[in-house]
Design a protein around this ligand. Structure first.
Ligand code: SAJ
Length: 417
């Protein structure tokens, strides 16, 4: 192969497929033999718009192949997960394992790029690992003169649901262990990225990625805090945000039932972990967003308690609108807790699933569709802003008792008509 991509998940597989489409021979590596088999048969194991067609095409043309162990190549891209431990500290063991297996096959002239979201200093650790494993090679940061290989950090920054578009159109930040490493990696990304590619140091690129997601988390926390202030003062937070955003220098994000997914709710902790004393704001934002889940559960419980015996529709389980991803979803946490509390009164409406997730086992709640919910449920708890929910006309909901955590129905009367 020309390129080896380590890790065939939400980032690795689309990246491998796009590089393969640009004409390179790509070998994708995953520890899971089922994933390897799925991809080699031209199919995909993750849901992402247009990914299935792209993968079946590049596999059929022989440009993408999968395996459980790497082979020699010119370029290695590491895109394995960096999960957080229960104490929120980053676990970079998958990165180091992937780097060790790359070190076993790397040769002079190769480029190694880390894309996984990583705490600052991880790329330097990878370089140190290469220096230990391959004393026969000159490793950047560990040798005098021109190194034999290049090592760089280039974070992905794609939005689920738009991955194939954003992989090509987004600007890329490319951080080299040395400036020469960054220039080498830049030549690779230019082959398939239309956005601008900007070079910097590895540490600055690592921190940039964490900063982007912390920025979003802090701004969502501000919106979530405002919504609690507005609730306590009896003001409509959505109206306040719409009005405030008319100011030319104000741009407030949307409150919700909490922050989900495995990026925004995780990455800010990596900054906190690296600089504990310096991060009171980032840490508090995380806590504000996590607390919004319990706040939503209590508000929903109060509404449901005020309507004894009637069926209740919970709209949405996904972690955000118009996707089928339920990982770390605040909507799922809220709905599952309400299902435990109120059992068969709870009707879950989620067009992006055919079965209720395990969190609902044995609680008596049922999966319903939008039409059934409109017909039988006087109470609506809106947890996700899926387009199908947003487009329910006022006529079909004006007599409902609504808790709208996403602000999708600005015309909803405060008291049912
Ligand atoms: N959310 C709100 N209010 C908002 C915006 C989002 O409550 O105004 C919630 C969403 O409902 C969801 C969570 O935040 O539960 C995260 O959703 P998101 O759309 O903000 O982000 P992700 O997790 O899908 O993707 C983010 C993106 N980062 C930024 O926008 C800075 C993406 O570009 C990154 O590539 C991705 O994280 C990642 O992999 O790090």
């Amino acid at each position: 192969p020309d390129v080896v991509v380590m890790g065939l998940g939400y980032i690795g597989l689309p990246t491998a497929a796009i590089i393969a489409r640009s004409g390179a021979k790509v070998l994708g590596i995953d520890v899971d033999p089922d994933i390897v088999e799925t991809i080699n048969s031209g199919r995909v194991h993750i849901e992402e718009i247009d990914l299935d067609g792209l993968v079946s095409g590049v596999v059929a043309r022989g440009n993408l192949r999968a395996s459980t162990s790497p082979a020699p190549a010119d370029i290695f891209v590491i895109a394995v997960p960096t999960p957080a431990r229960t104490d929120h500290s980053p676990d970079i063991s998958y990165v180091l394992q992937a780097a060790a297996s790359v070190a076993a096959v790397v040769k002079a002239g190769d480029i190694v790029i880390l894309e996984s979201t990583s705490p600052v200093g991880t790329t330097a650790e990878v370089a140190a690992l290469f220096a230990r494993e391959r004393p026969d090679l000159k490793i950047p940061g560990h040798c005098a003169g021109t190194p034999d290989i290049a090592i760089a950090y280039c974070p992905e920054r794609v939005l689920p649901g738009r991955i194939l578009v954003e992989l090509i159109d987004n600007d890329r930040v490319i951080g080299g262990v040395t400036p020469r490493c960054a220039r080498k990696a830049l030549q690779f990304y230019r082959r398939f990225v239309r956005g601008e590619c900007v070079t910097t140091s590895a540490a600055a690129a690592e921190m940039t990625k964490l900063t982007e997601n912390a920025f979003r988390d802090v701004n969502i926390a501000f919106a979530n805090e405002l919504s609690r202030v507005a609730d306590s003062l009896g003001v409509d937070v959505w109206e306040v945000i719409r009005l405030a955003n008319r100011h030319p220098r104000v741009n407030i994000l949307s409150p919700g039932p909490g922050v989900g997914g495995h990026c925004i709710a995780v990455d800010p902790w990596f900054l906190v972990h690296s600089a504990r004393e310096e991060t009171p704001l980032i840490r508090t934002a995380r806590e504000v967003n996590d607390a919004k889940v319990d706040y939503t559960i209590e508000r929903a419980t109060a509404l449901i308690d005020s309507m004894p015996g009637v069926p209740v529709a919970c709209l949405g389980l996904a972690f955000k609108a118009n996707i089928d991803d339920f990982r770390e979803s605040p909507a799922l946490k809220v709905a599952a807790t309400l299902a435990q509390r109120f059992g068969e009164r709870i009707h879950i409406v989620e067009p992006y699933t055919k079965t209720l997730p395990a969190a609902f086992a044995g609680c008596g709640a049922q999966l319903s569709d939008v039409d059934a919910a409109i017909e039988i449920c006087p109470v609506f708890i809106v947890l996700v802003d899926h387009e199908v929910f947003r487009s329910i006309p006022l006529a079909e909901r004006r007599n409902k008792h609504v808790l709208d955590t996403r602000g999708i129905w600005p015309d909803q009367p405060a008291v049912p008509a």
